[in-house]
Every structure is written in structure tokens, then in C-alpha cells.
Design a binder for this molecule. Structure first.
Ligand code: MN
Length: 472
């Protein structure tokens, strides 16, 4: 049986959270009553002219710089034609052969080193309006009684990012998208929430035998609205293509929908050729020529990006990759971690507490007084477990003070704990026999019983010593 290698490239659309739309002044906010955020320009009234949103252009350049792209000295808007009711002009203003950002590289840190994903381009365009099919069982056009169009979304700014086919697994695709999302969020360009459609990703998928140097026919996977669905969709399509080739068949170029329930892909339509869109330069907009001073300013404004920060956390705090990646899943959590770790708490212990206990509380890391939290974490071995948990849960309170939790000491007096230890051993003769027979892992079970009975107030070290002594 041949060894097959998945080959994946991604196309990502991101909604920019600028105050106004791409080419007119109406509010970029479509979470309001349908068709209330409209204007003659985005409704395509005859005689209206587009005016580019300067912030959207700057943000696209900033993202391009963060993706290591070359910035074009001159970029053009083009008209991309396709007939659809949610596109009132009959074309979308997009970019074609002269996009703003070209030829970047995005470094994806992983447990076994970095991988690089090439960026073909990142360009700016406007979104279509939103079609809502009503009356059908599936929310799709087939079977719908009628369709409504909400023009609030029409003309809002979108950045489209196209990667090279450098991705070699579904898991790598997912991790790339998660880090790209985190980068976009931290640059302040978008909230990039997939479930709200603020970040949408399509995957171009093909497979080839190990050692092959050319690419085989690819398909395009659409309609995936979470990172997990994308990974599962790619896996399903890779399996289908391998099975097709191995059965002596041929993969045809087409667009597919991934159906989560059945974990299968279904054909949508044959892919249009690029010429079908009849691209031509938008005659109502002048070319964009980003000034050198603007690019210098944007470069200077770039913060430390999450990918680089993951590697720095590994280095500076001697953390495993896993910890560094989880802590950097949000800028606020990463910042809280650094403030706690720099306050003298053991770096790995602080990481364990934040990743596990703290995150589970749902407290916003941005509002926590790090110094007070560091005191609580530093004292965690000397206070009852339940008190520690309570402190973490209340750490978002503006009045949060470590001292309020540190007064209650652990029961460390062996003579006070001994009767309880004796009773627990007497109640569990089977486990005692098993322990004595060599199952030493059962020590943890006995410690757990003591902790349960004392509501976490016993000093674990004293309990351990007592148990070892009694179990011989
Ligand atoms: Mn697009």
C-alpha cells in the first residue's frame, strides 16, 4: 500500500471591525435590525461612487506585515462579477492581480520545531449581503419558501488571505488557523469569531504519494464553521481522495460541502474558471500606493505576536511547549501569567494553576490583580484546597486580597490526623491488602480519602508520612 501525503492550502476571509463599511460611511455593524445599516453606495444606487476606508487599508497592511508579506508599491481594486441577489452591483469590489500584500511566511511553532506556511497574498475586498432562506427545513435554498436579504453586511470590509499548499495534515491546518486567528485578534483587526462568521476558512485539499513532487487535482472544501469541523472535514476529504485513487479512479476538481453529522463531503458545483468572473480594474478607484512612512509606522506599531511569544515563554520560563501554547491562547492570560511568574512564583507551578484551576473559574484574566494572585499561588501548599479554589474564583473581584485566604492554616498536627487515618485504613481492608501486595499507587487513594473527610484541610505531607508509616 502506498504512503499518502495530504496537501492542504487555505483561503481565509476575515471581517474587519472598522467603524464604517469598506466604501461608504454606514456603520459596520450588522448585528442590528436587518436593512438598517445601508446607504446608496452599498445598495448600488445608480450614480454613486465608492470611497475607500483608510483604516481598512491600514489594517490590511498591518496584517500583511505581521504575515511577513511584501507590501505592493501599487495595488489595484478590481471588479469581480457574479450574478447573485445579495450582490446588488452585480460585482464585488475585490483585488485581483495587484493585491496589497504578497508572498509572506507565517511561522507556526509546534512541539517538534517550527513549520512555515507560505502566504500567497492578503487582499482587501467588500463582503456580500447576507441571504437568509426562510421556511426550508435546512436553512438552505433547496426547500425554502422564500429568501430574505439583509444588506447590513453588504459592503463591509473583508481581508482574504490565501496560503500556499504547505500544510501537510488536518491538525496542522487547525493549529495554523488558531494561531492566525489569535494574531488577528491581538492586532485588534477583528474579533474573528468563527461561529459568528467573522472568520471563514475554505480548504483546498489534494493528496499525493510520498516522494511525488507535483500536486494532483485538488478539491475545495467549504461550509466549515469551527476549527474542529475544518480538521474533520480535511480528514474526511483526504480519506475519500485516497480511496478514489487506490480504487483506480480519478479525483475531479470540484467544490464540496462538509457535512458534520455524517462526516462526509458532498459536491456543490464545479469550480468556476477565473475568467468567469470577468475581472477588470475598478474605474472609480485610484490605485493604492502605500507611503514608506506609513509602512514604517505600521511596522513600529506591531506588538510581539503570539507565535513568537510562545517560543519566548518556553525559553524564559523553561515551560513545555504545551504550557506555552495554552497560556498564549489569549493575550490577557499570557500577560497575567508573566506578571505572576515575575512575582517570584515557581514558573511551572504558576503555569499549572493558571491553565487548569484558574481557567476553569471563568474569571477574566485582564481584571485580576496579579500580585495578590501570585501570593495565593505561592502559598497554595499551606492553605486548604477549598480555600485555594475559592480564592481563584474570587480573584476577579476589585477588592481581591490574598490575606483574606491565607489565615486558615492546614491541619499539620499528626496526633489530630492519626485517628482519621486509622479509621480510613480499617474501613478499606481490601485496598490495604492490595497496597501491601505491591500496588503502591494506592497511596494516592488513601490520601484522597483523608482530604475528602477533612475537606482538603489536612497537610498532604503529614498525611503522606502517616500513611507510609502505618502501611509499613
Ligand atoms: Mn474573497
Amino acid at each position: 500500500m502506498a504512503e499518502w501525503e495530504p496537501v492542504v492550502g487555505l483561503e481565509i476571509h476575515v471581517q474587519l471591525k472598522t467603524r464604517t463599511k469598506m466604501f461608504c460611511r454606514c456603520a459596520n455593524s450588522f448585528a442590528t435590525e436587518p436593512n438598517t445599516q445601508t446607504y446608496p453606495v452599498c445598495l448600488a444606487f445608480p450614480g454613486t461612487l465608492p470611497t475607500p476606508n483608510e483604516t481598512a487599508v491600514e489594517w490590511t497592511l498591518k496584517l500583511g506585515l505581521a504575515l511577513g508579506c511584501e507590501i505592493a508599491a501599487r495595488a489595484l481594486f478590481h471588479r469581480k462579477h457574479y450574478p447573485y441577489p445579495d450582490l446588488p452591483k452585480g460585482y464585488q469590489i475585490s483585488q485581483y492581480d495587484e493585491p496589497l500584500c504578497l508572498d509572506g511566511r507565517f511561522t507556526l511553532p509546534g512541539p517538534d520545531g517550527d513549520s512555515e506556511v507560505g502566504i500567497v497574498r492578503a487582499h482587501l475586498e467588500e463582503d456580500a449581503a447576507k441571504t437568509i432562506h426562510v421556511g426550508g427545513a435546512t436553512g438552505r435554498i433547496v426547500g425554502a419558501a422564500h429568501s430574505n436579504i439583509d444588506f447590513n453586511r453588504g459592503g463591509t470590509p473583508l481581508v482574504e488571505i490565501v496560503t500556499r499548499p504547505d500544510i501537510r495534515s488536518a491538525d496542522q491546518a487547525k493549529r495554523f488557523l488558531q494561531l492566525l486567528r489569535q494574531t488577528i485578534v491581538e492586532l485588534g483587526l477583528s474579533d474573528a469569531e468563527m461561529e459568528k462568521g467573522q472568520l471563514r476558512a475554505d480548504a483546498n485539499v489534494s493528496v499525493r504519494e510520498a516522494g511525488e513532487t507535483v500536486y494532483r487535482t485538488r478539491t475545495e472544501l467549504k461550509n466549515m464553521n469551527s476549527f474542529n469541523h475544518i480538521a474533520r472535514g480535511i480528514d474526511a476529504e483526504v480519506r475519500r481522495q485516497i480511496a478514489t485513487w487506490e480504487a483506480g479512479g480519478e479525483v475531479v476538481q470540484e467544490t464540496l460541502d462538509y457535512e458534520v453529522k455524517s462526516d462526509t463531503v458532498t459536491p456543490r458545483r464545479r469550480k468556476e474558471e477565473a475568467d468567469d468572473y470577468r475581472y477588470f480594474p475598478e474605474p472609480d478607484l485610484v490605485p493604492l500606493e502605500p507611503a514608506a512612512e506609513l509602512l514604517e509606522r505600521l511596522k513600529a506599531e506591531l506588538p510581539e505576536l503570539p507565535g513568537a511569544r510562545i517560543r519566548r515563554f518556553e525559553r524564559e520560563y523553561a515551560l513545555p511547549f504545551y504550557d506555552a501554547e495554552v497560556l498564549n491562547g489569549s493575550a490577557a492570560l499570557a500577560a497575567l501569567y508573566e506578571r505572576v511568574a515575575l512575582d517570584g512564583v515557581d514558573a511551572k507551578a504558576a503555569s499549572n494553576v493558571l491553565m487548569n484551576d484558574f481557567v476553569a473559574t471563568g474569571v477574566d484574566p485582564a481584571v485580576v490583580n496579579a500580585q495578590e494572585l501570585a501570593k495565593v499561588i505561592g502559598a497554595r501548599a499551606t492553605i486548604p484546597r477549598a480555600t485555594f479554589a475559592k480564592a481563584l474564583a474570587e480573584s476577579g473581584d476589585p477588592e481581591f486580597k490574598a490575606d483574606a485566604y491565607l489565615g486558615e492554616a492546614l491541619v499539620a498536627d499528626a496526633s489530630e490526623l492519626e485517628p482519621l487515618v486509622d479509621r480510613i485504613l480499617a474501613d478499606n481492608p481490601g485496598q490495604v491488602a492490595a497496597y501491601k501486595g505491591g500496588k503502591e499507587g494506592l497511596l494516592g487513594y488513601f490520601v484522597g480519602q483523608v482530604m475528602k473527610e477533612t475537606e482538603g484541610k489536612a497537610d498532604p505531607k503529614v498525611v503522606n508520612d502517616l500513611l507510609r508509616e502505618k502501611l509499613g
